[in-house]
Write a protein that binds this ligand. Structure first.
Ligand SMILES: Nc1nc2c(ncn2[C@@H]2O[C@H](COP(=O)(O)OP(=O)(O)OP(=O)(O)O)[C@@H](O)[C@H]2O)c(=O)[nH]1
Ligand SMILES: [Mg+2]
Length: 689
């Protein structure tokens, strides 16, 4: 990979719905490019992209795999992302560090909810895309319907290669750019019985690209045709601006269309130099700058993945945006302000890696874990460097309480999970203050269960998952004025004295806690007001109803009393805490529950059952629309009702449903829910568990 120019580098991801053929397509690309000696297969465990044992077992990707290879004098890095909504966030992180994407759509089912989600994500990050309609060799393949389904998700498809036949009779593809038939034996003239279809499709292609460019449109209107070169120019312009989505037909199994795809990757997807420059800030004066793909510029890079390797330990994978780095280069972790010396650089090939001497713009390389570096961090040259924006990391949405299966394993469980969280930042590990339980938070039930599997395989420790914990909150519903918080201890020895008067009032959802100092005339000495605030904030951690954090309250400290000798920090902290607790009680506390945005996609016939089930879960359906053969239902449902939704949806739809959810907002819980939560909290308090 040395000496490849920036213009000859391509970094792209395979994105799409679960099971639509991304990994298989990745294997077909690697094989066609000569990067692998045999065509890897997801079903027999020979895939080099699904290299994790959990992936081989499930025959499905759970983490994005990065594979660097050279082809035709160019350097490519392919990132195969998972399609399941439990793991898609991992691909979303990687996409932010790449230059383009291949949207993989199954010819048998067309675009689905996972296709739409990743398509929107890539579009929002301005990544040019090409669609590969895969599996045209399948019995149920319907290429035209798959193309139409792309219109449903608002992509603007333009077909650049057509399948010749389908199912078992698939003979190859027709390349509409070169107007040739491509079969197993090579390139040939388009057979007579395919000529009309090809001509019509070519006309549509020419018309679509002409509409992307005024000059081409003029020529097309005058002459009714464009040259091959002009078609390519229009395609490139259309795909890069997002106005067009070039579509290629093919199969990962028969390798039909893979040549066209390799062509499109080189000709249509941008090189690191073609894409928009990266916004950055100067480390010296914080001014806004652009980081360009210049090998001579000061180094700037971005960490897109952290992975635990069998042999090398933990690795940080970064993409070089500007400049060039070597083994031993000292860089700055610009996101955290720490210096780091790079170890040996490695190019990744799925689960394997090969040492490289240097990395320049567009290269994606791994180094042994740098101590301060986390996924998403920006790296920069020590001198004259630019700080790129850190990547956005989607956070977990569902929490489980975890408990070591074997007593005595607790420490090991905690440190090992810490390493897995390091590897997968969409997981969070925390402790519930009110119960002391350890919580593992992930993007879905399967995400958390897979993490537990990895924990067992990699670190030899096992845990039990307990019913997910709902992160309830507490707040007040009315104002309570002038409530006294008093600490007075003046019998024997050194006394303690502090009094504060607090007024509390409700704030809007999501506004948090605010402390306002309105004490006049030194009723509480200036230096001791922060102690009152500290007392208030500490009390917020555990509310009066069920011990959940108190939120969305404004606390005014309006007055107080002090003693020249006995007043001190401790006294006012306790006074603040007592005052706050008393004020909250008077403010008629209530329980808030998290509400989730839920997106369910199901075949038509299950709409009635699924909607009924959502209402039964206190959910509100907000919309329902048809999208490429599936119905998408959007609803808001309390989190407590969604904890085991995955298995219910499977049983309602016989495994044909998919859902995704994200936290939306907090809402007041109805009285019956509140009473139940309080009863559970009181019971666990009295048993001390
Ligand atoms: N006939 C046929 N089968 C295919 C093709 N591509 C994939 N498959 C099969 O479809 C199934 C799913 O393929 P994968 O490549 O694992 O799909 P994926 O998109 O990577 O799935 P996730 O990683 O779960 O998102 C496997 O059984 C493949 O063998 C194709 O072009 N033709
Ligand atoms: Mg896969």
């Amino acid at each position: 990979m040395k000496n490849v120019k920036v213009n000859d580098t391509r970094n792209f991801a395979l994105i799409g719905h679960a099971g639509d053929g991304k990994t298989s397509l990745g294997e077909a690309i690697l094989y066609a490019a000569g990067a692998t000696r045999a065509l890897g297969n997801v079903s027999d465990g020979s895939s080099v992209l699904n290299f994790l044992p959990e992936e081989k077992e499930r025959e499905s990707s759970i983490s994005s795999a990065i594979y660097a290879f050279d082809y035709d004098g160019k350097h490519f890095t392919l990132v195969d992302t998972p399609g399941d909504s439990n793991f898609q966030a991992d691909g979303q992180i990687a996409l932010q560090a790449l230059d383009g994407a291949i949207l993989v759509v199954s010819a048998a089912g067309g675009a689905k909810v996972g296709t739409a989600r990743m398509w929107r994500y890539a579009r929002d990050h301005e990544l040019p895309m090409v669609t590969f309609v895969s599996g045209v060799d399948r019995d149920l393949a319907d290429f035209d319907r798959a193309v139409t389904s792309l219109r449903d998700i608002e992509a603007s498809p333009v077909v650049i290669s057509l399948p010749m036949g389908g199912g078992e009779d698939l003979a190859g593809v027709i390349d509409l750019v070169s107007m040739k038939a491509v079969t197993k034996t090579g390139e040939a003239e388009i057979p007579g019985d395919w000529r009309d279809v090809a001509e019509t499709a070519r006309e549509q292609l020419v018309e679509s690209v002409a509409e992307c460019d005024d000059e081409l449109l003029e020529k097309y209107l005058e002459e009714g045709e464009l040259t091959g070169e002009e078609v390519v120019r229009g395609l490139v312009a259309g795909a890069r601006s997002g106005a067009l989505m070039p579509v290629i037909a093919g199969s990962a199994m028969t390798s039909a269309g893979i040549g066209q795809l390799l062509w499109a990757i080189q000709e249509i997807l941008p090189s690191p130099a073609d894409r928009a420059a990266w916004p950055a800030r100067s480390l010296a004066d914080d001014s806004e700058q652009l980081a360009a793909a210049d090998p001579e510029a000061p180094f700037a890079g971005i960490v897109l993945k952290t992975l635990i390797d069998r042999y090398a330990g933990t690795l940080s994978v970064f993409r070089v945006v500007s400049g060039t780095v070597h083994h031993d280069t000292t860089v700055l972790n610009a996101s955290r302000g720490e210096k780091e010396r790079l170890g040996k650089l490695h190019a990744l090939q799925g689960g394997e890696h090969a040492e490289v001497d240097e990395a320049g713009p567009g290269d994606i390389v791994a180094v042994a874990k740098l101590k301060s570096v986390h996924t998403g961090d920006a790296l920069a040259a020590e001198k004259g460097g630019l700080r790129l924006a850190s990547l956005t990391i989607p956070q977990g949405v569902i929490s489980y309480a975890i408990q070591a299966k074997t007593k005595g394993d607790e420490d090991k469980v905690y440190t090992s999970l810490g390493r897995l969280v390091e590897e997968d930042p969409t997981l969070q590990l925390g402790r519930e203050a009110s119960t002391g339980e350890f919580l593992l938070t992930g993007r879905g039930e399967l995400h958390v269960r897979m993490t537990v599997r990895k924990l067992k395989r990699m670190f030899g420790v096992d845990v039990d998952l307990k019913t997910p914990k709902v992160p309830y909150r507490e707040t007040i519903t009315r104002k309570a004025e002038n409530v006294e918080g008093k600490l007075k201890k003046q019998t024997g020895g050194k006394g303690m004295f502090g009094v504060c008067y607090l007024t509390v009032e409700p704030r809007a959802r999501g506004e948090g806690i605010e402390f306002v100092d309105e004490v006049k005339g030194g009723a509480i000495p200036r230096g001791l007001i922060p102690a009152v605030e500290k007392g208030v904030l500490e009390s917020c951690e555990s509310g009066p109803l069920a011990g959940y954090p108190v939120v969305d309250v404004r606390v005014h400290c309006i007055d107080g009393k002090h003693h020249p000798v006995d007043s001190n920090e401790m006294a006012f902290k306790l006074a603040g805490s007592f005052g706050f607790k008393a004020a909250i009680e008077k403010g008629k506390p209530t329980l808030l529950e998290p509400i989730m945005d839920v997106e369910v996609s199901i075949p038509d016939q299950f709409v009635g059952d699924v909607m009924g089930d959502i209402s039964g879960r206190r959910g509100r359906v907000q919309s329902s629309e048809a999208q490429g053969g599936t119905q998408i239902i959007m609803a808001q449902v309390p989190m407590s009702e969604m904890l085991e939704y995955a298995s219910s949806l499977t049983s309602i739809t016989g495994g044909q449903g998919e859902f995704h959810m994200e936290f939306s907002h907090y809402d007041e819980a109805p009285a019956n829910v509140r009473e139940k939560v309080i009863a559970v909290a009181t019971a666990s308090e009295s048993t001390g568990s």
